[in-house]
Design a protein around this ligand. Sequence first.
Ligand code: ATP
Ligand code: MG
Length: 465
Amino acid sequence: MTSPVDLGIGPRVIPRAEHSISRADISRNAVKVLYRLKDAGFQACIVGGGVRDLLLGRIPKDFDVATDASPEQVRELFGNCQLIGRRFRLAHVRFRDEIIEVATFRGVGGEDLESEDRHVLDESGRIIKDNAYGSIEEDAWRRDFTINALYYNIADFSIMDYVDGMADIAARRLRLIGDPETRFREDPVRMVRAARLAAKLDLEIDAATAAAIPKLAPLLDAVPSARLFDEFLKVFETGHALESFRRLQAHGLFEHLFPATGAWLAADDAAGRRRAFIEQALANTDSRVAAGMPVTPMFLFGVFLWGPVTERARELAAEGLAEMPALVQAGFEVTTAQVRRVALPKRFSIPMREMFHLQPRFGRRQGRRVQVTLQHRRFRAAFDLYLLRDVLGEADPAAIRFWTDIQNVGGPAASGHEPAAPEGAAEGDAEASGNGEGPPPRRRRRRSRSRGRSGRRAPEPAPAT
Ligand code: ATP
Ligand code: MG
């Protein structure tokens, strides 16, 4: 492997006849954008997940364009174009059903390239500023993994490979470009991306890349919590949550994202019920995504925090607090500590805590409270959590039967008042979009990047939990 200092060697060019990507695999709109750029005299390529997924035989979820045209030049070429981003300007070219993201090639900070306004690192080696445009070669070097740095060139339909990415595609290997420790220090989120992409694409993480993770995992603690929430959504809400969780745990990363949950899992019982509880929830979420059903981050967050919340509630109860105040206080404390690590917007954390607060109600099956509970807007999500708690030995089979039957005999929850959703996911989304705080992230992403070509939508609904 060469280093950024070797800039100028040029790419390995894989001609059209020697790779599997055809224009027909790429979204029509992306192809249009590529041709308009090319016809105006610019370089124009598809790069990143789109090329990678096609080469691995998957259907990409979107196609990102990279060019040597500046954002302003891109805007002049497209009427339907908007420039976004402060730290790094991107062009969004809007089509009826899709937005194509067009990025100008970015520079890389090699030892000899560093200058104050190009590529600034903090004491731990983290990039805190990176705003220089560059050549396609520099653009390749500043990307994270070799398989993410392959360029499909519309000029001759070749693939340009500066970083030996094709060899890693063939070996199904995820390898950081350059020195792993340096690259993880620059941006610790790359460690989470490694676990996520390996899980999603069923890849092996290269030995040298994996070896750098244990020592550097603590750097995640200093990553801004909002960025980690964005990453949380990609890891846990896009259909490969279970495998991602296992990889995050295997590499010692999960405990840096969810420290209280990590500690709770580390104290699992001999039967492994805590792990089973978490993994069941993740598997359910993956089934829902596969079936095209809505998911909400508040549910999995709630599942992750439930153990720590109950432990804290027990401590508070031992100090003399009654059951409900102890639960409320514990939910507040555990959530407050967690959102410093991975931000959970209030539109999700509030319903999540309501879901906690409903748990004791499932043990009471008499009187007026039954109707009140059934009509609660978090009933579905809360009952799904209660069903999962069976794995922990915390649910009463008679209560499960009671609350299941009462829904089936036409209680408010079954009357179409709320969508029947095994995870209560729809409520979270509906709430989020209905309270004036803007659409939930999943939907926002869907709007900003086409999901139309996603291969994830399966016709069958997920089995109800
Ligand atoms: P997915 O298919 O899940 O979207 P992706 O690789 O396309 O995976 P994006 O977050 O969409 O992920 O990033 C697009 C591209 O930008 C990547 O393929 C990679 O080349 C580059 N990239 C993304 N994040 C980083 C990072 N933290 N450091 C360096 N390059 C990155
Ligand atoms: Mg992508």
